[in-house]
Design a protein around this ligand. Structure first.
Ligand code: FAD
Length: 223
């Protein structure tokens, strides 16, 4: 059974606003699960690179995938250290002073080595999980990859062993002398909300969007 918290390490210890940080496993996992995509940082020939990509957490492993030709996946699949960041933006914090503007957010940072998934069963499971991370239930609806498509896809696994989470909540924190300024201050909540589904132009008649598309929302705690 995994521990409730990640052990802090040199690279996961926040210096600024450490009170906003946590090593609580549940908080890290919830953030990874709700965030639709992540950013993966890695180093090639001494040059740092960061790319956005889809991820999914399955237990204590995070999977990312892409074309077998992906430069990023090829560069890191041999056990290279990566830094994966998932962010959920909850609101704009608009203070009276520009200096105290901020954002309300929840974010998770994960460090670990990337391993290429070669076991066919694990690859298939991770492929399904990635599809369902984006749209829960979609792997039961879509035609899943055939052998050729699977061969063209690389899946990498990153262990969820070294991680931190951080969050900011609440109103702006203005300096006392600014509070009476005639400037609106507060929080403008922001969230990922689905619009109306748009049929593909070549969709045959009579196929309606299923409930998981019509009622789409990101999974939150308890859902
Ligand atoms: C949407 C968004 C906007 C932000 N805007 C700003 C901004 O404009 N300016 C600014 O200074 N900061 C901003 N932050 C906060 C920023 O991510 C850092 O937390 C902050 O810069 C302080 O870093 P530090 O010096 O403690 O980091 P470091 O000491 O370099 O971090 C050490 C370790 O602490 C952990 N850590 C640090 N930050 C986070 C985090 N956000 N989530 C999870 N783990 C973390 C990581 O494991 C990291 O490796 C923003 C965060 C988010 C999510």
């Amino acid at each position: 059974m995994s521990a409730d918290s990640f052990a802090p390490t040199e690279r996961t210890r926040p210096h600024r606003h450490p009170e906003r940080g946590t090593y609580d496993r549940e908080v890290v996992e919830r953030t990874l699960d709700e965030a639709l995509y992540c950013h993966v940082g890695y180093v090639v020939d001494g040059t740092p690179r960061v790319l956005p990509t889809i991820h999914v957490r399955v237990g204590e492993t995070i999977y990312i995938h892409g074309s077998s030709a992906s430069h990023m996946l090829r560069a890191i699949r041999d056990g290279s250290q990566v830094c994966l960041v998932a962010t959920i933006l909850d609101g704009l914090v608009l203070a009276r002073s520009a200096f105290n503007h901020s954002m309300n957010y929840r974010s998770a940072v994960v460090f670990g080595p990337a391993r290429e998934v070669t076991d066919p069963d694990e690859k298939w499971m991770a492929q399904k999980a990635l599809v369902d991370h984006v749209c829960p239930g979609r792997s039961d609806q879509a035609r899943m990859p055939n052998e050729k498509e699977l061969r063209q896809t690389s899946i990498l696994a990153i262990p969820l062993r070294e991680a931190s989470a951080k969050a900011r909540t609440g109103p702006p924190k203005d300096d006392e002398e600014d509070v009476l300024l005639p400037v609106w201050a507060g929080v403008l909540p922001l969230r990922t909300v689905a619009g109306e589904p748009i049929d593909a132009p070549d969709l045959p008649p009579g196929i309606a969007p299923p409930a998981n598309v019509r009622l789409y929302r990101r999974p939150t705690a308890g859902s």
